[in-house]
Design a binder for this molecule. Structure first.
Ligand code: LMR
Length: 392
């Protein structure tokens, strides 16, 4: 029976990790999968997380099962950071822990499907796993252009797409730090999106996977908070994989905003049932460490300072790219106006392959780079290599 299974290609993004590891060149540059790197190219564990982990080891007295909802202390501790300290909406919001941001997106879409959603509208390009999850759930994906030719987010494309929406549709939006383009909706655009969604039958699903890595914790939540203030219901897929540096520990959460607080138990019970059938319960360790950070004012301040350092370094790299101006035929100036870890280079497959073979520079085949993989040391090499492959 199992011989009916066709060979599948490895996930293109995750395969880059192994390709880069196997390259013995000392000056190779990894711009593939989205992990933050310091100016030395390292991805260290946050000091605030290390401190919380020490506390966890000392104090945790049982690893007995929790439930499909995971660590609700963790889920609730994040609420003021995501939705705002005094948001009146929080009485209509409840969440549950998920295995990473992917688990949160998967659960959000599975819950939407259970509620009768069959079509998902999404700006493209997007994080490749979005489309894979939609397809795996047997839902239809309706794409629209995310970025306009002038390098801003294409609100008109979203408007046109939503004009055809009906009951049974959802729209999947990136809360901030758009993956892969780095091109976010402006605050004025979010205001319009919120009004648009308020008058639409579409269920908003917001993927907030990079809060704090763009402009700031509150600034990066502007779109999410503005949409939530306007619509009756929404799903929010949250990830701590990047902003707490917990990648492989898989720390995420799904939040539901219901039309009425009294609906939350019923809706979440479906989330619990889906989680039980898929992974039973999420892994505990990373979420418990986040909870301990957020329960301690000093650790929270340390975490926010570490996040600020990451944001500043990404901003410095972006500014340096913009200052470099042209690299061959590639204009690097737009990268200074974008946010988060990712940017798209206008390169073709041959150019991307040549960057890998001749220069040891690894990036996604789509042209996406992880800006955080660039350092003040490797920037000149990177810019020179882009010039070399793109010079007409
Ligand atoms: C990425 O886009 O590189 C990250 O979100 C990691 C992943 O799981 O793809």
């Amino acid at each position: 029976m199992l011989d009916r299974l066709d060979q599948q290609p490895p996930d293109a993004l995750l395969a880059l990790i192994k390709l880069h590891d196997a390259d013995s060149r000392a000056d190779k540059i990894d711009l593939g999968v989205g992990v933050y790197r310091t100016d030395d190219g390292a991805t260290p564990v946050f000091a605030s997380i290390k401190a919380a982990e020490r506390k966890l080891v000392a104090e945790q007295d049982s690893k007995a099962y929790l439930g499909p909802e995971g660590d609700m202390g963790f889920v609730h501790a994040l609420v003021p950071f995501i939705f705002g300290a005094d948001s009146p909406l929080t009485s209509r919001i409840e969440g549950m822990q998920t295995p990473g941001g992917t688990g949160a997106v998967r659960l959000a879409l599975a819950l939407a499907r259970r509620a009768g959603v069959t079509r998902v509208f999404m700006g493209t390009p997007s994080w490749p796993n979005h489309a894979q999850i939609v397809a795996d759930l047997g839902m239809e994906l309706v794409g629209f252009r995310h970025a306009a030719p002038d390098g801003t987010a294409d609100l008109d494309a979203l408007k046109t797409a939503l004009a055809n929406a009906r009951d049974g549709d959802a729209v999947l939006l990136h809360g901030c730090c758009h993956n892969p383009t780095g091109i976010d909706f402006s605050e004025a655009q979010w205001d319009e999106i919120a009004s648009l969604l308020a008058a639409s039958p579409v269920l908003p699903i917001i993927d907030l996977a990079y809060q704090g890595l763009g402009k700031g914790m509150d600034e990066d939540a502007y779109g999410t908070r503005t949409v939530l203030a306007a619509v009756p219901q929404a799903l929010i897929a949250y990830s701590c994989d990047k902003n707490f540096g917990l990648y492989r520990d898989r720390v995420g959460a799904l939040y539901v905003m219901a039309p009425d607080a009294g609906d939350l138990n019923r809706i979440l019970s479906n989330g619990h049932a889906l989680a039980r059938a898929a992974w039973s319960m999420p892994p505990d360790h990373g979420a418990a460490a986040v909870r301990l950070v957020l329960e301690d004012a000093e650790l929270t301040a340390n975490w926010l300072a570490e996040l600020q350092d990451m944001r500043s370094r990404i901003g410095q790299v972006r500014a340096a790219l913009a200052e470099a101006g042209l690299a061959g035929s590639v204009d690097l100036t737009p990268y200074g106006r974008q946010f988060g870890m990712f940017a798209m280079l206008p390169l073709d497959k041959l150019q991307i392959d040549t960057l890998r073979s001749d220069h040891g520079i690894y990036m996604a085949a789509t042209g996406r780079i992880n800006v955080a993989g660039l350092t003040m040391d490797n920037l000149p090499k990177f810019i020179g290599a882009i010039a070399a492959v793109s010079d007409p």
